[in-house]
Design a protein around this ligand. Structure first.
Ligand code: ATP
Length: 324
């Protein structure tokens, strides 16, 4: 293998740049020619592919977002789109790919590998931490800390006015972000898609809690089974039926995707990026380079996509016990 290319795809996450940097520099260190594909699969189809040098990734290790840009590509979901993408790679002599993204990105990569045989190794880039085969995903730690900073600030005003605050964090299908920011932020309740939310039980606890506490923080993952934070707040308000209580909702939104990556994310991104290049060179394909129990592991895309990473049981228990 002499030429490889790297791209970022799906939702961006802090640390993607550190990962791109690690891929580019490791590839050059190993004597490879390396290319950057802009705007994910969309740019692969449109031929937005540029040679990268060591200096192309200077001064980006600390930056959020992705210098390669990211996109969602409907065209890549069609056989014609993927054929065009492959022709563009073939014209440049690119023999291996490194895909930085989430499970959607890996689904596309798996299909592409099956159709054209081009080896692809993935790196887990998403703030959701919902990818099987790695303890943490690139961007998760930064997003948790961003959410935490917001929760700390909201707690001040919640306490000052004796309010119940519902804070919505990202997580359509996974509650990792809600759980860790909830534990760190001392939330009274955390509502996540993985477990059924019992609103009556929450109302009962809230009434009990209010005998000892004047304000409460409830962290809601956007994909909770009872709805988003706004909907859950309305349901709880109607059940509590106490006009003297003030309920507020704050949706953190895209602020959670940005910002300088934490040290932990930069290290994880660098490790995964280097491992992805080394993986390609030893013949790995259709798999993701992740880190589990401090060790680099390669997990087949089939498992990354098909298996669900469960929430840590102890974390849920912690929230219950510590909120008394
Ligand atoms: P995040 O978890 O942050 O949303 P992701 O990688 O899961 O990241 P998606 O938007 O789901 O983000 O997927 C990224 C891209 O992967 C899609 O826009 C599409 O181009 C490609 N992709 C996803 N699923 C398929 C599929 N079934 N076939 C071909 N390509 C796909």
């Amino acid at each position: 293998m002499k030429k490889i290319a790297v791209f970022t795809s799906g939702g961006d996450s802090p640390g993607m740049n550190a990962c791109v940097r690690a891929v580019v520099r490791t590839a050059i260190f190993k004597g490879l020619e390396v290319y950057g594909i802009y705007r994910g699969y969309e740019g692969m189809i449109d031929g937005e592919i540029k040679r990268m040098h060591s200096y192309s990734v200077s001064n980006i290790v600390q930056r959020g977002g992705t210098i390669l840009k990211s996109a969602r590509s409907e065209k890549f979901k069609t056989p014609e789109g993927r054929k065009k993408a492959f022709e563009n790679l073939k014209a440049l002599g690119i023999e291996g790919l490194i895909a930085i993204g989430g499970d959607g990105t890996f689904t596309g990569a798996k299909i592409f590998n099956e159709e054209f045989g081009i080896p692809v190794v993935g790196c887990p880039g998403t703030i959701d931490n919902d990818i099987y085969g790695t303890d943490y995903t690139i961007g998760f730690d930064t997003a948790v800390n961003t959410a935490l900073e917001a929760i700390d600030k909201i707690r001040d005003t919640a306490a000052a006015h004796d309010r119940i605050f519902f804070i919505e964090v990202m997580g359509r299908d996974a509650g990792f972000l809600a759980v860790e920011s909830g534990i760190g932020g001392g939330a009274e309740f955390v509502m996540v898609p993985e477990t059924a939310t019992d609103l009556d039980a929450v109302v009962k606890s809230l009434k009990n809690l209010r005998k000892s506490k004047s304000s409460s923080i409830i962290v809601v993952a956007e994909g909770d089974d009872e709805g988003n934070a706004e909907e859950i707040m309305a349901k709880i308000k109607s059940k509590i039926k106490d006009e003297s209580k003030e309920f507020k909702v704050t949706t953190l939104g895209h602020i959670q995707r940005g910002g300088n990556p934490t040290a932990r994310d930069r290290v994880l991104a660098s490790r995964c990026g280097m491992a992805a290049v080394e993986g390609l060179l030893i013949g790995k394909s259709s798999c993701m380079a992740g880190v589990m129990n401090q060790e680099v592991v390669y997990t087949p895309f089939t498992d990354c996509i098909g298996k669900t990473k469960p929430l840590i049981e102890d974390h849920l228990k912690l929230i219950d016990i510590l909120s008394i």
